[in-house]
Design a protein around this ligand. Structure first.
Ligand code: MLT
Length: 398
């Protein structure tokens, strides 16, 4: 038999697994030291009260013969998809219910959607970016081109008429840089994709962190997007569902490639390989979009934003260059003293007990940068910000 040789082209382990192993080794060696984790973007606040109440109520329903549910509908329950449809309408986007697919995470769907495309397609990925886009295409053996996201272009690469790609990833607000495309910039990508028969895979996982009016929450706010884009969004970061798991993917009916509707292909793929998110979790997800749910999850977002502001203040005081934090929970800082990003990771862990994510883990262009998240506990983030300031100042004066 032959195994998939493409796996041999991957880094030995997934970025956040590597970080987890390094941190575990450090804590085992120094059990007396406090370690503050601002590496992986994992939430720390409990689920919102309306979400918990919905979970309890749905659990009780499952305990009674009359209200028990077995397999759910293919694309998710109507009560949730209707709530999602209304959520999109708030941003001026009209969707048909059958364009919305409920899933267990943007990460899974971003990876699985690739089954719709031949391995011969060329992929365009921003560098740096969320490593799942690259790794999943490496697994499939696709040719990958990189769009450089640098300080010069505000970490927002624009289409290049000389570059021909079939599958294009856009993450806005961006993980890891926090940069977010404006309406006009996204229009340029939509036009490029339509002109080149390409598909945009738009990751909107951080849309609830947007504060600027000119930054769209959905690619479908842009004219022409329904003939070229698929959107992924998740409740992980917007409503604290990292451990609860629920996401949604929008595949417009108007999106056709090779004469085939991608919506029909995705439905075929999902019904064959996936049995959906549990009833209980879908009820919890629907509660996020009630007035009370929106209010409570909004408070959590404000808490994480305040954390990001604390880190930003520390970086300002230390005179360290950074961006992000404005439309995003992430801050993207330059490593002080010209350090390489994994060296700074080791230094910060060793000297300050603070965990971040090395920029190089997000791509070659991420070298020399470092990502910190606002998703931590506020008190711990305050201590981490203080330690970060001291460490950065010490490194800069070396
Ligand atoms: C991150 O830290 O980049 C994210 O938490 C990873 C993810 O969403 O899978």
């Amino acid at each position: 038999m032959k195994i998939n040789q493409n796996y041999g082209n991957l880094a030995e382990s997934y970025l956040f697994s590597t970080i987890g192993k390094k941190v575990n080794a450090f804590t085992a060696a120094h059990p007396e030291r406090e370690v503050i984790r601002l590496g992986i973007g994992d939430v720390t606040l409990p689920l919102a009260r309306p979400v918990i109440e919905a979970l309890h109520a749905a659990t009780d329903e499952m305990a009674e013969k009359a209200t028990f549910r077995g397999y759910g509908p293919d694309q998710g329950y109507d009560f949730l998809r209707t709530a999602l449809q209304a959520e999109y309408a708030r941003h001026g986007v009209a969707l048909e219910l059958d364009e919305i697919f409920v899933g267990d995470g943007a990460k899974s769907d971003v990876g699985n959607i690739l089954e719709l495309f031949d391995a011969d397609n060329t992929v365009l990925v921003p560098d740096p970016v969320y490593p799942v886009y690259v790794d999943t295409n490496v697994m499939a053996g696709r040719r990958i081109l990189y769009a450089s996201a640098t300080r010069e272009n505000d970490f927002l690469p624009m289409p290049d008429a000389c570059v021909r790609a079939d599958i294009i990833y856009i993450c806005s607000p961006n993980n890891p840089t926090g940069a977010a495309y404006t309406r006009a910039q996204l229009k340029a990508w939509v036009d490029y994709a339509n002109e080149n028969d390409a598909v945009l895979l738009f990751d909107a996982a951080y849309e609830r962190f947007i504060t600027e009016p000119d930054v769209p929450h959905s690619i479908f706010e842009i004219d022409g997007a329904k003939t070229c884009a698929i959107e992924f969004c998740s409740l992980s970061k917007t409503a604290g569902f990292t451990g609860t798991r629920c996401s949604y993917t929008v595949v417009p009916m108007a999106l056709k490639r090779g004469g085939t509707k991608l919506n029909a292909m995705w439905l075929r793929r999902q019904t064959t390989k996936y049995n959906g998110v549990s009833y209980i979790v879908q009820r919890a997800a629907a509660a996020v979009f009630t007035d009370a749910g929106r209010q409570a999850t909004g408070e959590a977002i404000a808490y994480y934003r305040a954390n990001a502001a604390m880190i930003a203040a520390a970086l300002n005081e230390a005179g360290v260059w950074y961006c992000g934090g404005k439309n995003s929970p992430y801050l993207w800082m330059e490593c002080p003293g010209g350090m390489a990003s994994w060296d700074f990771f080791d230094y910060l862990l060793e000297h300050a007990g603070v965990v971040g994510t090395p920029g190089a883990g997000f791509g070659a262009r991420g070298e020399g940068y470092f990502r910190l998240t606002g998703f931590g506990d506020a008190q711990k983030t305050k201590r981490a910000a203080q330690k970060l300031r001291e460490a950065a100042a010490a490194l800069q004066s070396r």
